[in-house]
Design a protein around this ligand. Structure first.
Ligand code: ZN
Length: 496
């Protein structure tokens, strides 16, 4: 297989990379900006009149179901609203508050990813104490384990996991449909040199660990790594079929068939009780560059999002729903997505982006895409960027008015021994830390840096002691929370 890695910085799907600079969830369409409209459907994309723009249904008799006029107009709910406190005089950056039933998210804000209902190595209560404003969890994982019945009978996610602040859940679609393309799926989205570097460091650490950790610890660690690898990359391809109804797949845990439709995804997310939920969407085949195919997929995504919204509106349960805007880097498709979805009464918007294992989306593409899209979005609704975790992209996108960002990146690299500092990333397992009996980040006030030395953390990571992973994760989470606090203060002073 030819190397999928493009030159330069590239966007990678979260959960598939330990060291990539940027992570995007809900990766979508392949780069195809050179296609020109030729079919009647495609001409919709360039239409400036949005009143007739809605996704063509499977049969014309159902057209009315998807027309924006068939939806109730949006009204700010008592349990969810967004207020803008200040817009920078220098940029489109803004400071705001998203009010939810479980408290306020100060924006721009970081949404920590807790795939299985927890941050890895940090309990939810500890996360709350540290100031985690919101968490992002994956319906796919929670659906398969422990299952919606367990979470529902426990009184919902907040009670089940003892998390006190707002929770976002996704639809489950991305993980499922990624599996459908497993044969072409890339297990790691790391740059080759990053992968080599990490593998070398791991081999070195493992060699050094001989004689330090006991055999049981090593086996447990190996098992945990295998599990994490399965969670984050390949799974087992058990998708049975994808059609207009939704996705049919078998649980990778026990082989039982699971049906994920717009309606069942909403129902699962209702049983979880997250504050912000996401409609089901479709992932086109990887490496697809056929414009018509991508357009048809976009239309199906729009129909699924409309069906999700209808199901949600029938039983809101104090939850908000964000639309996910699609179209990859194809601006005609993006425009079509904006035209249609902004007419529906969603409570906010999320920007998904390009490619799961297909052509790479460079960081420059992403930033330019967000710059282009932001002015087209309603100013009175919050906008979330899915799966972005590197500081450079966050900094750029904050200036275009993005309000929230979710990413597993800071906690993932933290548990693997890479810490974030104002001076850049540092590896705790470098030999220079062996005798450094001082905090690993002297300027940091986190629990780890206040109490432990770099030399001790070096030792813990080299000895594969789980507490080492916990301590470096704590530092990175603290770093991200403070980074966003600084960003908000700078916007208030019009410095961003
Ligand atoms: Zn620290």
């Amino acid at each position: 297989m030819a190397s999928p890695f493009a030159m330069g910085r590239r966007i990678a799907r979260p959960g598939h990379c330990f060291t990539s600079l940027v992570h995007l969830r809900h990766s979508r369409f392949s780069t195809n900006s050179t296609s020109s409209p030729s079919s009647p459907d495609q001409s919709l994309a360039s239409s400036s009149s949005s009143s007739s723009v809605y996704p063509p249904p499977p049969d014309s008799g159902e057209a009315a179901h998807y027309a924006p006029s068939s939806f109730p107009s949006h009204s700010s709910a008592s349990y969810f609203h967004f207020e803008v406190l200040h817009t920078s005089k220098r940029s489109g950056a803004r400071v705001g508050r998203i009010h939810t039933p479980h408290g306020v998210i100060e924006t721009p804000g970081f949404v920590a990813v807790g795939t299985n209902g927890t941050l890895k190595h940090i309990s939810t209560l500890h996360g709350n104490e540290m100031g985690v404003q919101a968490m992002f969890m994956n319906t796919y994982h929670l659906l398969l384990h422990p299952g919606p019945d367990v979470i529902s009978s426990a009184g919902g996610l907040h009670k089940f996991i003892q998390h006190k602040t707002p929770i976002m859940t996704d639809s489950g679609g991305f993980q499922v449909m990624s599996m459908a393309s497993r044969d072409q799926f890339i297990y790691s989205h790391q740059l080759p040199e990053e992968k080599e570097e990490e593998e070398a460091a791991r081999r070195e650490a493992e060699a050094e660990a001989q004689g330090i950790g006991d055999e049981r610890s090593k086996k447990l660690l190996a098992r945990a790594r295998d599990r994490e690898k399965n969670e984050e990359s390949g799974y087992i391809s058990l998708v049975q079929r994808i059609n207009e109804d939704g996705v049919y797949f078998k649980s990778y845990r026990d082989g039982t068939e699971v049906v994920l439709t717009p309606e069942t995804s909403v129902a699962y997310q209702k049983s979880f009780g997250a504050d912000i939920i996401i409609p089901l969407d479709e992932l086109p085949p990887v490496n697809c560059t056929d414009h018509n195919r991508l357009l048809n997929s976009l239309h199906r995504t729009h129909r699924w999002e409309a069906r999700s919204l209808l199901a949600h509106k029938k039983d809101p349960r104090d939850q908000a729903m964000y639309a996910v805007l699609h179209g990859g880097v194809d601006r005609e498709l993006r425009q079509l997505s904006i035209d249609y979805l902004t007419q529906l009464p969603f409570d906010g918007f999320a920007i998904g982006s390009s490619t799961s294992a297909g052509p790479s989306l460079l960081v420059g593409d992403l930033v330019s895409l967000v710059e282009w899209m932001s002015p087209k979005l309603p100013k009175d609704k919050p906008c979330h960027l899915l799966g972005i975790g590197d500081l450079e992209s966050i900094g750029d996108c904050v200036a275009f008015g993005i309000d929230t960002f979710d990413s597993a990146y800071p906690t993932r690299i933290g548990r693997h021994g890479t810490i974030l500092t104002r001076q850049g990333k540092k590896s705790i397992t470098k030999i220079e830390n062996k005798h450094k009996h001082a905090p690993m980040d002297p300027g940091c006030s986190c629990f780890t840096c206040r109490n432990y030395s770099a030399s001790y953390l070096y030792h813990l990571h080299k000895a594969y002691e789980p507490v080492g992973m916990q301590l470096t994760t704590i530092h990175n989470l603290h770093f991200m929370l403070n980074y966003f606090k600084d960003v908000r203060e700078k916007i208030m002073r019009d410095e961003i």
